[in-house]
Every structure is written in C-alpha cells, then in structure tokens.
Design a protein around this ligand. Structure first.
Ligand code: NCD
Length: 301
C-alpha cells in the first residue's frame, strides 16, 4: 500500500481531520494502554533547519508510542562534504524508516524519490507549508472552544504572513474548518495568493469586530530576500500585540503563537504569558497531535 504523504493541509480530508482530533484527544489512553503497539516502527527526523518544539515533539510522541527514534544531524553528516539536501533525503529514504519527518529550508520536491515504503511528514518547508503545526493550532482552538470545528469563529493572523509557512497551512486549515480568517500585515508582508482568507488588511484601525482568536507571527528574517523596511521597535509600535490592543480585538479573544517568540517585537510578554494565552497549551498539544498523525501514517491513513 502506498504510504501517506502529509506535505500540505490539502492532503487531509475533513473526515481525516476530525478522526485525528479525536485520536489526539484520546492519546493519553493510547500512550498508557498500548505503549508498545507500534514497536519496532522507526521514526527518522531530518531537520535541515533549526527547531526546538517541532522536532522534539515528534520524537517524544514517537517514544510515547513505543517507536524507535533516529535523529539525523546535519552538522555531523556528509553534507559537510558537499552532499545536497535532496541527495541526503534520498539516502535517508533508502534506509526505510517507517516515518520520515523532514524540515527543509526550501519547498520539498519529492517527486523523484521512491516513497512507497516510507511515510513522510513535512515539518516545515521553506515558505511553503507546516501542516502538523496547523493541525496542533486548530486542535488547540477546537479544544478550547469545546467544538468539533471552527465554524463561525473569527480569527486574526498578524505579522509576516507572506514568509510564514505556519500561516499558509493555518489559513487553509482554519478556513477548511469553517473559520473566517483575516490577515493583518504591513505592505511588505502581505500575501497576494488566496489560500482561503476572507480579508487582508494592513492597518490595526481596520480590524473591525469581535475576534475569537488571534495568532501572532515572528518576522521570518531568514526567509526574506530583503529586510521588511522597519526596525523591530517600529514593528512593535505598529503591529505588536499588547494587552491594550488585545482588549480591542475581542473581550474573549485568545492568543496563539507557533513560536519561537520574539518578545517586544510581535507580542509583549504580558500577553504571551497572560491569562488569554494558549501558547503553552499549543506546545503541549503538539505531542498529542503529532502522535495522532504518526499513528495515522502507520495505520495507512
Ligand atoms: C515555525 C517554523 O519553523 O515555521 N516554528 C515552529 O515550527 N513552531 C515558525 C517560525 O519559524 O517562526
């Protein structure tokens, strides 16, 4: 049977998403009861870019599922001898891990690889997508709202939308789950493509209405060909999420951030660690949702 590829949120049907959310919700008993169910399935993580949350949450989720984990290390690999990312991935695939989780600085192009034996999960590819992050973000919201989907929820995404793969996957997934997504970004960070967003604005003053949730994004300097044209301080003054701004966005509006956070740039610390923040919950949920995604891949989707 051909293995599952989760490269984009487009690869997940609405039915799959609700199954995955259910599986995430019941993951604690899966961990406890069938801890060795998948042994000796092997997870290989290959991160060609830095990561804290994403790699470790895949790895800890695999440990909890009783899988074995192999971690590819760029610094000590043959890449220092000139091997390319694609050639390296091809070699990792040849070793047949059951699941290969890849983070790459450029959009993943896997068409030339023979992937019949290996499930692949994209853990962020260039400015393209980051589907497992969107799944955990939406899971955090549906759990918080105690609903099955995001119908009628108004969500605001603020910041460097164009360079954010997290935003791209989230706009698609949130819209797929029924949310009305608005993007707030300064001109250089606005996105032309339509991924499902309802509105795109560049001025805080135009953020009309009551939002249910707001997501802040880091300025992705490493993914830009040129600087955005303003300093961190100017960005904070115009777009940084402060308690005062949050108050105006909605009296019950909750706060998400995929991390890593730059406090005092896209978000102030009182908001990041305040009572409306779900940011720590996102990190906790990352383990459950990634375990559910791997279980999904191993069982053939
Ligand atoms: C994001 C990423 O790598 O795309 N981080 C993450 O996976 N939680 C966001 C970012 O780099 O700003």
């Amino acid at each position: 049977m051909k293995k599952k590829l989760i490269i984009s949120v487009d690869d997940l049907l609405v039915d799959d998403i609700s199954r995955l959310f259910y599986a995430s919700r019941t993951m604690a008993s899966t961990f406890a009861g069938v801890a060795r169910k998948f042994s000796p399935a092997v997870l290989m993580t290959a991160f060609f870019e830095a990561s804290t949350r994403t790699r470790l949450s895949f790895e800890i989720a695999a440990c909890r599922l009783g899988m074995q984990v192999c971690t590819f290390n760029v610094a000590s690999s043959s890449m220092s001898k000139g091997e390319s990312v694609l050639a390296t991935i091809s070699n990792l695939v040849a070793m047949s891990p059951d699941i290969l989780v890849i983070r790459s600085p450029d959009q993943l192009e896997l068409a030339t690889l023979s992937l019949d034996q290996v499930a692949v999960i994209n853990a962020g590819d260039g400015v393209n997508e980051h589907p497992s992050q969107a799944m955990l973000d939406c899971f955090t919201l549906v759990n918080y709202f105690k609903s099955d989907d995001l119908a009628q929820k108004r969500i605001l995404i603020i910041g460097d939308v164009v360079h954010s793969r997290v935003a791209h996957s989230n706009i698609k997934l949130m819209s797929k789950l029924g949310a009305e997504v608005t993007l707030l970004a300064p001109e250089p960070f606005r996105m032309q493509a339509s991924l499902g967003q309802r509105w795109s604005i560049s001025d805080y003053e135009d953020c009309a209405g009551d939002y249910d949730a707001v997501m802040c994004l880091r300025i992705q300097k490493e993914r830009m060909s040129q600087e955005g044209g303003f300093s961190d301080r100017e960005f904070f003054e115009q777009y940084g999420l402060t308690n005062k701004r949050l108050e105006r966005l909605g009296k019950n509006c909750v706060v998400l951030h995929p991390g890593p956070m730059n406090l005092g740039v896209e978000i102030e610390d009182q908001v990041a660690y305040g009572p409306r923040s779900l940011i720590r919950q996102q990190v906790k949920n990352g383990v459950l949702v990634r375990a559910a995604l791997m279980e999904f891949c191993l069982s053939g989707g």
